[in-house]
Design a protein around this ligand. Structure first.
Ligand code: SF4
Length: 667
C-alpha cells in the first residue's frame, strides 16, 4: 500500500471534488468493518455512539461509575484518558470492575505524547486512540523549515517509536483510531502544509502508511476541529483521498471543544450532521462541556435518522455526477444584492411567526431582539435582532395589520394581498407563492419574496427569476428527510444557470421534539451555509408562539457556528477529561456570565496545559489549567500570565481583555 499513496497534490480530473457516493440521494460511504471488542464499527453496522469520561483515571470507582452512566444512557464505547503509564495500568482495574458489574462495553484509551502508556493500554483495552500531532512528538509551536532529508528523518524517528504499538495492537486484536486534531498538528506538518485540512489529512496518513506497511488495518480515522467549517472540509478531503487510493477506513466524527448548552449542540449538529447527510461517519462523539452522559442523547438524535433504512432514497430531482463547487474550501455562491440581502452582505435572519398570532404588538418583538421603551419612545435593538419578520404564513387578507411604528432595522414581509393594502408603508414587502408571483399584476419595486419548494424550481423558473432584480427566493425542501441535499440540488442548478438571485433557506418541518428539531435544522441549514450557499435563513415557529426566542437564537447560533455572521461571544471549551484540574463547567459558566456581551470575541477555556493550547485553535484568549488551582492566560497562542491563582483568574482574564481595548461594559 505504501507505494500507492505518497503525498498529496489534488488532481484536477473529473472526480476532483468527489467526497461522497452521491450528492442527491442518501448513500453511506461503505467502509471496512473494524471490530472493537464485540461491538463492530463501520460497514453495515449502525452509526455507533460514544463518549469519554471526565474523572481522574486513577480514581477507579469514580471512572467506573461515570462509565456506567454513559453506557446506561446508550453509549456503545467509553473512552478514558491515559496520560501516563500509571493511568494506562489502572485501565485494567477499571475494566475488571466494569466486567464484575456486568458491563462488557468496549473501552478506548486516549493517548497523547506517551508511547509507553499506549503500549500498556493496548494490551488492556479494545481500542487506543493516538493523536498523530503529538504521538512521540513534543510540539514546540516553532516554525521550523524542514528540508526533505530532515522531514524524512523525523518520519523515520516517528516510525521507530510507533511500530511497537502497531505490533502490540496486531497481537492483541486491539483497534486503533488515528485521530487528527486541527489545533494540534505537529511542527513538521505545520511547516509543510500549514494549519489546513490538507495538513490534517496528511498527518493521519503518515501514521496510516506505517500501519499498512505492517499489514495492520483495524483502523478508524478522525479529523476533528472546533470550527465546523474546517472539520467538514478535512473529513471530506480525507474521504476524497481514501476514494482516490482505494482505502475504506471507518470514520469517527466529532467537533472538538464545541462548548455547552445550545451553542455546543448547534455547532456539533452542523459539523457532524453535515457529514452524516452525505453518508459519511461510522461513530460519533458529541463533545460538550457537560457531564458526558448528556452527550449521548444528542449523539443519538443526530445518528438516529441515518440508522433507519434510508439507503438510496432520492431527492425529487435528477441526480448529478459532478460537484459544481469545491467542497474543500469555502466560497460563497455569487448573488446580487437586493437591499440588504445577498451580495457580500452577511446572511439575514427572517423570523416567521405562528399563524395563530395575528395581532402583533410591540411586546411580541422582544423575543426577536427588539425591546420597545415607551418612556423614550425608542427601540433597543439587540445583537441578535432578526432582520425581517414574516407576519402570518397564510394568505389571510383580513389579518390585522401592524399598527405601530416598526424598528428602523426591521422589515415586514406580508402575504401579497395584505401587502397590496399597505404597500406605501416603508420597509413592508410582499411574499408570493410561485403561482401568485407569476400572475401578479402588482409587485414591489424594490423587493419581492417568492416562497418556493425545491420540486417547483425548474430551469425555466430559474431563468425567469434571473430577469427580476427584485426577487428573493424563500426556498424550502420538499423532501423533508434530506433537506440539505434537496435544497443543495436547487442551488447547484442556480449555479449552473448562473442565476444570481439571493436565496433564503427555510427550515424544514419540525417533528414536535424541540431539541431534536433544533439539531435537524442546524444540520440542514448549517450544511448549506458551510458551502457558501444561503443569503439568509428562516426558521418557522410552529409551536404557537412559545418558542420565538429559541428559533431566533437558533438562527443566529447557526450563522455564528458556520462563521457566516458573528453576533455573540464565541466559547471554545474542552469537554474536560481525567487531565482536568478544575471544575470546567462551573468556570465556563462564570466566564460566560461576565463576557457574553463581547460580540465576536473568541475565548477558549481548556482543562490542561498539555493539550489545551494546541486545541484552542483560533481563540483570541485562552484560560488554561496548569495545576491544581492554577491557571495560565493566553493572548492568541502566546502566554501572558502564568500560574495565576484560580480565584483571581477570571478577573485577570477580564483585565487582559480591557488592556486590549476591546472590553465594553454590560448594558
Ligand atoms: S484539553 Fe481538556 S479534554 Fe483535552 S486533554 Fe486537556 S483537559 Fe482533557
Amino acid at each position: 500500500m505504501h507505494s500507492v499513496f505518497t503525498t498529496f497534490a489534488l488532481n484536477m480530473e473529473d472526480n476532483q471534488f468527489k467526497y461522497c457516493n452521491s450528492l442527491t440521494h442518501y448513500s453511506r460511504f461503505k467502509t471496512r468493518e473494524v471490530k472493537i471488542g464485540d461491538i463492530a464499527l463501520g460497514a453495515n453496522n449502525p452509526i455507533r455512539i460514544q463518549s469519554m469520561t471526565t474523572t481522574d483515571t486513577m480514581n477507579t470507582i469514580a471512572t467506573v461509575e461515570q462509565s456506567i452512566r454513559i453506557i446506561d444512557a446508550g453509549g456503545e464505547y467509553v473512552r478514558i484518558t491515559a496520560p501516563s503509564i500509571n493511568e494506562a495500568q489502572n485501565l485494567k482495574n477499571i475494566k475488571d470492575e466494569l466486567r464484575k458489574r456486568g458491563y462488557t462495553t468496549p473501552l478506548i484509551a486516549d493517548i497523547h505524547f506517551t508511547p509507553n502508556a499506549a503500549e500498556i493500554a493496548a494490551r488492556i483495552v479494545e481500542k487506543v486512540r493516538i493523536n498523530p500531532g503529538n504521538y512521540a512528538d513534543k510540539k514546540k509551536f516553532e516554525n521550523i523549515e524542514y528540508t526533505d532529508a530532515a522531514y524524512q528523518e523525523e518520519l523515520d524517528r516517528i516510525r521507530e517509536r510507533f511500530i511497537p504499538l502497531v505490533k502490540i495492537c496486531k497481537e492483541y486484536g486491539t483497534a486503533m483510531r488515528i485521530g487528527t486534531n486541527h489545533g494540534s498538528l505537529s511542527d513538521r506538518i505545520m511547516s509543510r502544509y500549514g494549519d489546513t485540512p490538507l495538513g490534517m489529512v496528511e498527518s493521519a496518513f503518515e501514521f496510516l502508511r506505517i500501519c499498512e506497511d505492517l499489514n495492520y488495518y483495524d483502523i478508524v480515522l478522525s479529523m476533528k476541529a472546533s470550527n465546523p467549517q474546517v472539520m467538514v472540509q478535512a473529513y471530506r478531503l480525507l474521504v476524497h483521498k481514501m476514494m482516490e487510493t482505494g482505502r475504506d477506513y471507518p470514520l469517527h466524527l466529532g467537533v472538538t471543544e464545541a462548548g455547552d448548552g445550545e451553542d455546543g449542540r448547534i455547532k456539533s449538529a452542523i459539523g457532524i450532521g453535515t457529514l452524516l447527510e452525505d453518508g459519511l461517519g461510522d461513530t460519533i462523539r458529541v463533545s460538550l462541556t457537560e457531564d458526558p452522559e448528556f452527550e449521548i442523547p444528542v449523539a443519538k438524535d443526530l445518528a438516529d435518522r441515518y440508522n433507519k433504512n434510508i439507503e438510496g432514497k432520492l431527492v425529487f430531482r435528477p441526480t448529478i455526477t459532478k460537484n459544481p463547487i469545491n467542497p474543500f474550501v469555502y466560497n460563497r455562491r455569487v448573488t446580487h444584492p437586493v437591499l440588504n440581502i445577498g451580495g457580500h452582505q452577511v446572511p439575514v435572519v427572517i423570523a416567521e411567526l405562528a399563524c395563530t398570532q395575528d395581532e402583533l404588538k410591540p411586546v411580541d418583538l422582544v423575543a426577536l431582539g427588539y425591546q420597545y421603551d415607551a418612556v423614550s419612545d425608542k427601540w433597543n435593538i439587540g445583537d441578535m435582532a432578526c432582520d425581517y419578520l414574516i407576519h402570518n404564513e397564510i394568505y389571510n387578507e383580513d389579518m390585522r395589520a401592524i399598527d405601530f411604528e416598526i424598528p428602523g432595522t426591521l422589515g415586514i414581509i406580508y402575504p401579497f394581498k395584505l401587502w397590496q393594502k399597505h404597500q406605501s408603508r416603508d420597509r413592508f414587502y410582499p411574499y408570493y407563492n410561485l403561482e401568485n408571483y407569476q400572475e401578479a399584476t402588482t409587485r414591489s419595486k424594490v423587493m419581492n419574496f417568492i416562497k418556493i419548494g425545491s420540486t417547483e424550481v425548474t430551469d425555466e423558473v430559474i431563468m425567469n427569476l434571473k430577469k427580476d432584480p427584485t426577487a428573493v427566493l424563500l426556498l424550502y425542501a420538499t423532501h423533508c428527510t434530506f433537506g440539505m441535499a434537496d435544497m443543495r440540488r436547487v442551488l447547484f442548478d442556480m449555479i449552473r444557470l448562473d442565476a444570481k438571485t439571493p436565496v433564503v433557506l427555510l427550515a424544514g418541518e419540525w417533528d414536535g421534539r424541540i431539541e431534536q428539531d433544533q439539531l435537524t435544522i442546524s444540520t440542514e441549514l448549517g450544511g448549506l451555509l458551510l458551502d457558501g450557499m444561503g443569503d439568509g435563513i428562516s426558521i418557522n415557529e410552529k409551536y404557537n408562539g412559545h418558542i420565538e426566542a429559541l428559533t431566533n437564537r437558533t438562527a443566529f447560533g447557526i450563522l455564528q457556528a458556520t462563521r457566516t455572521r458573528i453576533s455573540k461571544t464565541e466559547y471554545i471549551s474542552c469537554p474536560s477529561c481525567g487531565r482536568t484540574l478544575f471544575d470546567l463547567q462551573e468556570t465556563t459558566a462564570k466566564i460566560r456570565q461576565r463576557t457574553d456581551h463581547l460580540k465576536g470575541v473568541k475565548i477558549a477555556i481548556m482543562g490542561c496545559i498539555v493539550n489545551g493550547p494546541g486545541e484552542m485553535a483560533d481563540a483570541d484568549y485562552g484560560y488554561v489549567g496548569v495545576g491544581i488551582g492554577k491557571i495560565t492566560l493566553y493572548r492568541g497562542k502566546n502566554i501572558v500570565q502564568r500560574g495565576i491563582d484560580s480565584s483571581l483568574a477570571v478577573d485577570a482574564l477580564i483585565d487582559l481583555i480591557k488592556e486590549d481595548g476591546i472590553w465594553i461594559d454590560k448594558k
